[in-house]
Ligand binder design. Structure first.
Ligand code: ZN
Length: 279
């Protein structure tokens, strides 16, 4: 599933490629891709709108259009937004195809079909529950060390991995980056948030930000279906240190990496570097 660095990479691509362009029409090959409004209305309301800006909030892409309309996109498991400078035949997995009057196109491809689109009035943003309940952006200035410390204090009993995955606590992290961040910070994923020392909290905070920034720099992680707006892979998968490395030696201490399940998600960790303890 695309996480913050992948969605950020897609957003940057879209910013460059479609800002200022006018959507001439949208083809809905799979009507269930659009949750609101109904398909006929969606098509009518989106045609003729110009893209004013493209933003990201958590794992959501927000495309601001003229007349105070907002196109909200969540890619979920396998969603892709691929740009073509000319007309291009849709693929089997293409659920929605946007045409611009400049005759370039944006294809929403989605093999597993969990991705979703909404076209709403900007003022109704708060009505999208998943979007309005998001926690702070981890790379924003507001999300400083004291805000992170307070968050851990408020959720003392939560396992640290579950807390990091909770979109209402911090926006944008998913299974790959939480494992990488906890490994790099040498913290066991099942540790309770309240058991972390001040030093560990500081390290976790720094690691969280630097790992995300590094991944954005490398254009995200392509383990399965993720591609950027040009249909290219990211490069962070070559720098993954723990995710997907079950039974392979830890890069720091050579202990075999283990896999367990935490918060319902497959979790990779080094049982020697990331010690579990209760304070
Ligand atoms: Zn180790």
């Amino acid at each position: 599933m695309p996480e913050l660095p992948e969605v950020e990479t897609i957003k940057r691509g879209l910013q460059r490629l479609v800002t200022g362009k006018i959507i001439s029409e949208a083809h809905l090959f799979d009507k269930r891709a659009v949750l609101s409004p109904e398909p006929a209305l969606f098509k009518r309301r989106i045609s003729g709108r110009r893209v004013l800006s493209v933003e990201r909030r958590g794992k959501y892409i927000l495309m601001k259009l003229t007349d105070d309309k907002l196109l909200v996109i969540h890619l979920r498991m396998t969603g892709q937004l691929i740009y073509f400078p000319n007309n291009m035949r849709p693929e089997k997995s293409t659920r929605v195809l946007f045409k611009f009057i400049t005759s370039d196109e944006l294809h929403f491809n989605d093999l597993r079909r969990f991705g979703t689109l909404w076209l709403i009035n900007s003022a109704d943003k708060s009505l999208l529950k998943g979007l309005s309940s998001l926690g702070p952006e981890p790379l924003s200035a507001k999300f400083n060390l004291s805000a992170f410390t307070q968050l851990l204090k408020n959720k003392k009993q939560r396992k640290i991995k579950a807390l990091l995955l909770d979109q209402a606590c911090i926006a944008g992290l998913g299974n790959i980056y939480t494992d990488e961040i906890l490994y790099r910070a040498a913290i066991h994923p099942a540790c309770r948030a309240g058991s972390l020392t001040t030093k560990e909290i500081g390290e976790l905070y720094e690691t969280l930000r630097t790992t995300l920034l590094e991944a954005i720099e490398l254009g995200g992680t392509s383990t399965k279906d993720y591609l950027n707006t040009w249909g290219e892979t990211g490069y962070f998968q070559f720098y993954l240190q723990v995710y997907g490395r079950r039974n392979q030696p830890c890069l720091r201490c050579s202990t075999p990496i283990e896999r367990t399940v935490i918060a319902g998600r497959g979790t990779y960790f080094c049982p020697s570097c990331q010690r579990y303890y209760v304070k």
